[in-house]
Each structure stands twice: as C-alpha cells, then as structure tokens.
Design a protein around this ligand. Structure first.
Ligand SMILES: NC(=O)c1ccc[n+]([C@@H]2O[C@H](COP(=O)([O-])OP(=O)(O)OC[C@H]3O[C@@H](n4cnc5c(N)ncnc54)[C@H](OP(=O)(O)O)[C@@H]3O)[C@@H](O)[C@H]2O)c1
Length: 278
C-alpha cells in the first residue's frame, strides 16, 4: 500500500509508539486520524502534523470505534489504514493474576482491535482494500514467567490477526502483526498491574520510532509478521525456517557483548534472550 495521501487511523496516538507512528505517517504524506482518550495530547499532536485530526476515543467503549470511523469517513471519504496500537501491560505472576485485570486488558488488547477491524471493513471493502496493522509484542513469541496475562492477550491478538488475514484477502485487505520488544514509552508506567521485569529494567530500550519503521514496512509490503529489530524484518512465527532463523540470531547474539554488534547496540532479539534472567 502507498502511504502518501492514504487515510490512516492510529489508536493509542497520544503517546509512545502510536505518536511516533503518526509522525512517520504524516511525514510520508498520509492524512492521519489520531485516536486515544487524552484529548489534550491528541490535539497538541494534531496541531504539529499537517492534515491530521484528533478524535477522542476509548476503544473499549461500545460505539466509540464506529464513531471514530464515521468521523474519518466524513472528513476524508474513507479509511485506507488502521493501526491497532492502543494497549496496556499486565505483568504479574499467574498466582496473583486478578481475573478482573485480565478481562480489562483482554478488552483493550484483543476485543478492541477486533472492533476496529470490524468498524473499518465496510469502508475498506467499498474502496477495494486497505491495510490493518495490529501491534502485538515479542513477548508473545516466547514464554516469559511473570508476563502470562499480557502475553496471552497478545497471543490471542496474533491468532485473530492471522485468521482475519485469510478471511479478508478477497476484499484486498492485508492484516499484519508487528512485534515490538521493550520500547522507551510510558508503557511500563501504565501497567494495569505488576511491574517491569527486573532484567528488562537494565537493558537498552528500542526507540518508539523503530517500531514505527516496522509499522511502515507492514503497511507498505503487507507482510504478515514483522519483528521490531534494527532494521525491522519479516518473520514467520512457528515456521521452521523463519522461527529457526530468529532463534539462531538470538543465540548467536546472546553470547556477544553490546559493543560486538555492528551498531554498537544490542538488538531487540538479544534483549528478548536476556529478559527472563530478571
Ligand atoms: N513499550 C513496550 O515495551 C512495548 C513492548 C511490546 C509491545 N508494546 C505494545 O505497543 C502498543 C503501544 O504501547 P506503548 O509502548 O506506546 O505504550 P504507551 O505509551 O503507554 O501508549 C499506550 C497508548 O494506548 C492508549 N490507550 C490506552 N487505553 C486506551 C483506551 N481504552 N482507548 C484508547 N486508547 C487507549 C493510550 O492513550 P490514552 O491513555 O490517552 O487513552 C496510549 O496512547 C501497545 O499495544 C503495547 O502492548 C509495547
């Protein structure tokens, strides 16, 4: 999909990955619709980005995604891209995991992206297609003690996305999943419950712009799965070749010191290898 002149909805655009993604999309000529609950932040960003509009939206509330899409269609005539990015962490061991918290995070990380896909489909079908990018997490690619609740929501999102990709192919809609690693945003200050893993606290964080680059790659190419690494790259989770390549990269980089990598920084895959040590 061509980004220039496209109409793109970004949820969770009031901070972190969503705001960085909105900036990159606008920089590439897209007309961006910024969605989240904090109106002041959305409006400040909309003033900064040519052609952007802010629509205050709680994606977990019935009817609000439909309202967001209706506003977008009224303003721009359709929707080409949906970036389902709004999300929250839940970082507690299963023994302490409160089902109330798990249900709430499921609503945001799984049910809301489903609502989003359903809400944009009529417009995308009528214009012959579009791109959906669902922001998952690299924690859904491996098993991390302490992250069961959060990882379960992202693993559910992965499956919904893969099914949607097949079901919507005939409509010309690509559905992609992007897998960020630990990223420098407000995410760990806004966990629904729990705290960042001790090991993750001491390691270099990816900038949100790197996740934005992975999202641009997903929109442009329609790749099914994009891992946030430097540079971002397509993967095939579960596939012997793609998954084997990811694991091989992790194990070869795990033995290196940070200065050993060409950029002098550890990569997302290396950090993933290190996280469970905390
Ligand atoms: N940071 C990481 O280490 C990391 C790693 C892997 C994956 N991710 C994923 O990346 C995505 C973005 O997170 P981030 O790192 O950018 O964290 P963040 O800075 O905390 O951003 C989260 C965004 O979600 C929005 N949001 C939360 N609840 C919402 C609701 N009910 N309705 C609408 N918007 C809502 C927030 O805006 P308002 O509060 O204004 O509504 C905010 O803009 C999430 O899906 C997260 O799971 C993050």
């Amino acid at each position: 999909m061509k980004i220039d002149r496209s109409v793109c909805i970004v949820t969770g655009a009031s901070s972190g990955i969503g705001a960085a993604t909105a900036r990159q999309l606008a920089g590439l000529g897209a007309r961006v619709v910024l969605a989240a609950r904090r109106t002041d932040r959305l409006e400040a960003l909309a003033r900064e980005l040519p052609g952007a509009v802010a629509v205050t939206t709680d994606v977990t509330v019935d009817g609000e995604f439909e309202h967001l899409v209706a506003e977008t269609v009224d303003r721009f005539g359709g929707v080409d891209v949906l970036v389902n990015n709004a999300g929250q962490g839940l970082h507690v061991p299963l023994e302490q995991l409160d089902p109330v918290d798990l249900r709430a995070v499921f609503e945001l990380n799984v049910v809301a992206p489903l609502r989003g896909m359903q809400a944009v489909l009529p417009s995308m079908r009528s214009t012959g297609g579009g791109a959906v990018v669902n922001v998952s997490s690299a924690t859904s690619l491996r098993v991390f003690p302490g992250l069961g609740g959060y990882s379960a929501t992202k693993a559910a999102l992965n499956m919904l996305s893969q099914v949607a990709r097949i079901e919507l192919a005939d409509a010309g809609v690509t559905v992609s999943v992007v897998y960020p690693s630990v990223t420098a945003t407000e995410f760990h200050q806004h966990l629904r419950a729990g705290r960042i893993l001790a090991g993750a606290r001491t390691i270099p964080l990816d900038p949100p712009e790197l996740v934005g680059q992975a999202i641009m790659l997903a929109i442009r190419t329609g790749e099914a799965h994009v891992l946030v690494s430097d540079p971002p790259r397509p993967i095939v989770p579960g596939d012997a070749e793609g998954w084997g390549a990811l694991l091989a990269r992790q194990s070869s980089e795990a033995g290196r010191s940070p200065g050993d990598t060409p950029s002098g920084e550890r990569t997302a895959a290396t950090r993933l290898t290190e996280e469970p040590r905390g």
